[in-house]
Ligand binder design. Structure first.
Ligand code: SAH
Length: 278
């Protein structure tokens, strides 16, 4: 190892178009001598890469990619390891820490770590369909490549029974088609057939596609590895082609701003014993 400390940027580049990457992410890429990432993401930022070293690899080579980035940065280079969306949301950030732990890296050692947040698919997809995430939501990845399906199914069941809006990442791929079918069946046990569902493919990329449907019919449409599925809660509604989950203001106020009888601003909502208020 050399004396000069390297820098490892772990960068989320957002969902696709450069307008949705942060200035900090673009600056990190600009500063890097080496940019490491999955081929598709490298393509998304290729116009920023003139004169830089590039390591691009396929989807299943994540460990090798993380190692390559860390080794070069450890030796003194400025490296940007890029993920789409946010690198800390089903991205490379976790693996970076596991590799660092494995090689015995300590804070203060080379490389210096700089984690740059990005807009995750959930934010991006939500903005294309309306305001589906305004109340409590959770995200679940349907990929059982690294997590047992029994664990994933239990989480879907818990989220469905607790009435979360659910964002499903990695819903399906060429080989993985059963998971979304099973997930729909589990959620359907707790939610109405008419529950709004959005299928957003390639948000803010060239092939962007948005379908607004419902829980009963959502499996009739194409769902693949570039799709995020948003399943509404029991309170989510469709208005003018938008998917909206209310925050609950109308439990306390009328639209002229007056406080409803029995309620007090700044204090816990008073809920009649039989109410299902959200
Ligand atoms: N780190 C990424 C997620 C990687 S997991 C992020 O924060 O967004 C890959 C999954 O993310 C895909 O299967 C899809 O469900 C979702 N995804 C990523 N980019 C997307 C986009 N532009 N549009 C829709 N879904 C996307």
């Amino acid at each position: 190892m050399t004396d000069s400390k390297g820098i490892l940027y772990v960068v989320g580049i957002g969902p696709g178009a450069e307008a949705h990457a942060t200035p900090a992410a673009l600056k990190a890429i600009a500063e890097a001598q080496l940019v490491v990432g999955y081929t598709t993401y490298i393509k998304l930022v290729r116009h920023l890469l003139d004169g830089k070293d590039i390591v691009k690899t396929g989807m299943t080579e994540e460990i090798g990619r993380a190692r390559a980035a860390i080794e070069r940065a450890r030796a003194g280079a400025t490296v940007a390891l890029i993920s789409s969306g946010d690198a800390g949301v089903y991205g490379m950030a976790g693996l970076v820490f596991q590799v660092l732990q494995e090689i015995g890296w300590k804070r203060g050692d080379s490389p210096e770590l700089r984690l740059i947040p990005g807009m995750t698919a959930l934010n991006a997809c939500a903005s294309l369909v309306g305001a589906p995430l305004v109340h409590d939501f959770c995200s679940i990845s349907l990929s059982d490549l690294l997590t047992p399906w029994s664990v994933i199914a239990r989480r879907i069941e818990a989220a469905a029974s607790a009435d979360f809006v659910i964002g499903l990442y990695n819903p399906a791929s060429g080989r993985r088609t059963r998971q979304i079918v099973d997930a729909q069946a589990i959620i359907r046990r707790y939610r109405e057939a008419s529950t709004p569902v959005a299928l957003v493919k390639s948000a803010y990329r060239d092939m962007e596609q948005v379908v607004l449907t419902d829980l009963e019919n959502c499996l009739d449409y194409e769902i693949g590895m570039l799709t995020t599925v948003l399943v509404g809660s029991s309170h989510t509604f469709i208005y003018e082609g938008y998917m909206v989950t209310p925050r609950g203001y109308t439990n306390k106020y009328s639209f002229d701003g007056t406080v409803l009888p029995g309620q007090r601003p700044g204090f816990s909502l008073v809920v009649p014993p039989t109410s299902e208020a959200d």
